[in-house]
Design a protein around this ligand. Structure first.
Ligand SMILES: [Cu+2]
Length: 216
């Protein structure tokens, strides 16, 4: 299993971390109030019986993924969608699991293309044209950070983080994150937070578990 991204790769995330996406289990009603950036356990949704709601606090737009210490859970059903609209990639920060299809769709009436390369080596993953209202679907097999660009519109940029787990989230504008329905057990927490990459081992148990960042 490929390990997490390096600090160097994570640093390239800085430019796009303004985008906030709830990938897995956002709190109902959107982000928490500014006065209470760390919601109480009772304020977050309940996971299914026997599974854990994992919360924590990071910087805005951080990617947090819980990789099981043992086992490789399959990707969730469905396809991750990245739209090209208004000459932007939407969302600008995408998280997908290795083995999970990612569809890059052109949602407007002008031609685009999609060029994806690994951030660490610059190696091209693919480079395809996406005509108006067409889509290209790709399934990534290696975890890591990828840069997504459009050769036609140099201002179009996105970052794609491929992880080895279905348990992941992008933190809100206030830095809070919620990961739903995590089986109890030991996990390696992979965190791309404010341009820095960190890993820690946590034991997840109970109905709610809170991850405290290592080294803070
Ligand atoms: Cu374009």
């Amino acid at each position: 299993m490929t390990r997490a991204m390096s600090v160097g790769r994570a640093a390239r995330l800085v430019a796009v971390l303004a985008v906030s996406v709830c990938v897995s289990g956002c709190a109902p009603g959107g982000s928490p109030q500014p006065s209470s950036p760390a919601p109480a356990a009772s304020a977050v949704p309940e996971s299914q019986p026997g599974l854990v709601t994992v919360t924590g606090q990071a910087s805005r737009g951080a990617v947090v993924a819980l990789e099981p210490a043992e086992g490789s859970p399959p990707p969730p059903p469905g396809t991750v969608i990245v739209d090209q609209r208004g000459q932007q990639f939407i969302p600008g920060l995408v998280v997908a699991q290795a083995g999970q299809p990612v569809a890059f769709q052109n949602g407007e009436g002008i031609p685009h293309n999609v060029a994806v390369a690994r951030a660490d080596s610059g190696a091209a993953e693919f480079n395809v044209s996406t005509d108006p209202n067409q889509a290209y679907t790709h399934t990534f097999t290696r975890s890591g950070l990828y840069e997504v660009t459009c050769d036609i519109h140099p201002s179009m940029r996105a970052s794609l983080v491929v992880v080895n787990t279905p348990y992941h989230a992008v933190s809100s504008d206030f830095g809070s994150f919620v990961i739903m329905n995590v089986p109890p057990g030991r996990y390696r927490v992979v965190r791309l937070d404010g341009g820095e990459a960190a890993e820690q081992i946590v034991d997840v148990a109970g109905a709610h578990a809170r991850i405290e960042p290592a080294g803070r």
